[in-house]
Design a protein around this ligand. Structure first.
Ligand code: MG
Length: 283
C-alpha cells in the first residue's frame, strides 16, 4: 500500500494560545489540564455533542449559536475588516459557543494551500457560517472568485451577512443546495458561475462526511478540475471520513498526490484531526 506523505502543521507550536480576548486566565485554568484546553469541560461543546445527530443532519446545533455568531461579529468586529471579522469569530468560538468552523489551527493549513495553489476559481462544500470562506478570500489572489455551497438555508443567510459585513461579498457567492441534489446546483455552477472544463483550481470539502467521495467523483465527472488543481478536506479523522482517505490512498501518485496534515479538532487541543491536501495529477 502506498504510504501518504505526512507533514506536521507549521502552525503546531503557535496555535495553543487563544485570542487575547478569550476567557480570563482564571477561567482558562479551569478549562485546561497541563496546558491543554479541555473541550469536554465547556458546556457549549457538550451541548454540541448531545446534538451531534441533529448537527450532522441539519447543520445547526439547535441552540441559536449560529445566529448569535452573526450578531457577535457585527457588535465586536470592525466593518469591512477581514482580519478583524476572522478574529471575532475565533474569539466567539473560544469564549462563547464552540463552533464547527475549520478554526484557527486547521485554518492556517487551508490558508497555505490556497496560497500555494494561487487559484482563480474556488469551490467550497459546506459554508456553515462563512468562516473558511473568509479565510480563503484573504488568501486567494485579487480577482479570484469563490463559490460556497451550503445545505442549510438559514446558515447561508448567516454566512452572507458575515461575508457582507467583512466586505467580501463581491468575491464569494453562497449557494443553497448540494452537489448531489439532482443537478440543480451543478447546473447553477455551470450556467451562472463559469464552471467549465478545467476551470476549477481549488476545492475545500467540509460538509457531510459521507458525501466526500461521491461529491469529489461528481466534480471529476464534470471535468472541472485540471492537473494541478488542489483539493483540501477537513475532518478526515474526526468525525472522520475514512472512505475518502482510503480512496485517495488507493490512487496516490497515480491520479492524486496527497499530504496528510496532522492537527487538532477546531478550538481545542485534545482531539486529533487530519486535513488532507491533494494535488490532482489528471487522468
Ligand atoms: Mg470541518
Amino acid at each position: 500500500m502506498t504510504t501518504f506523505a505526512k507533514e506536521e502543521s507549521a502552525t503546531e507550536t503557535s496555535i495553543r494560545r487563544p485570542p487575547a480576548s478569550a476567557p480570563s486566565h482564571h477561567a482558562r485554568s479551569l478549562l485546561e489540564i497541563g496546558g491543554r484546553r479541555m473541550p469536554f469541560m465547556r458546556w457549549s461543546f457538550i451541548r454540541l455533542l448531545l446534538s451531534l445527530r441533529r448537527l450532522m443532519r441539519v447543520w445547526q446545533v439547535g441552540d441559536g449559536r449560529e445566529e448569535r455568531l452573526a450578531g457577535y461579529v457585527v457588535e465586536n468586529a470592525h466593518e469591512r475588516d477581514l482580519d478583524d471579522v476572522i478574529r471575532a469569530i475565533d474569539e466567539y468560538s473560544y469564549s462563547r459557543s464552540y463552533m464547527i468552523n475549520v478554526g484557527d489551527e486547521k485554518g492556517a493549513i487551508l490558508d497555505e494551500a490556497v496560497r500555494r495553489a494561487r487559484p482563480s476559481q474556488l469551490l467550497e462544500l459546506g459554508t456553515y457560517c462563512g468562516y473558511s470562506a473568509l479565510r480563503m478570500c484573504r488568501a486567494m489572489p485579487d480577482g479570484a472568485r469563490l463559490v460556497s455551497i451550503e445545505f442549510n438555508a438559514a446558515n447561508a443567510v448567516i454566512a452572507r451577512r458575515i461575508l457582507e459585513y467583512a466586505g467580501v461579498s463581491d468575491r464569494v457567492a453562497v449557494l443553497v443546495g448540494t452537489l448531489g441534489d439532482g443537478g440543480l446546483t451543478i447546473a447553477s455552477l455551470e450556467a451562472e458561475h463559469g464552471f467549465s472544463a478545467g476551470s476549477l483550481d481549488f476545492v475545500f470539502i467540509d460538509h457531510d462526511k459521507s458525501a466526500y467521495v461521491s461529491d469529489l467523483e461528481l466534480i471529476l465527472s464534470r471535468g472541472w478540475l485540471h492537473p494541478g488543481s488542489v483539493v483540501v478536506a477537513d475532518n478526515v479523522k474526526f468525525p472522520g471520513a475514512p472512505d475518502y482517505r482510503a480512496y485517495l490512498k488507493e490512487c496516490q501518485d497515480v491520479r492524486w498526490r496527497t499530504i496528510e496534515h496532522e492537527a487538532h479538532l477546531e478550538y481545542q487541543s485534545l482531539l486529533r484531526d487530519l486535513v488532507l491536501e491533494s494535488d490532482y495529477l489528471g487522468g
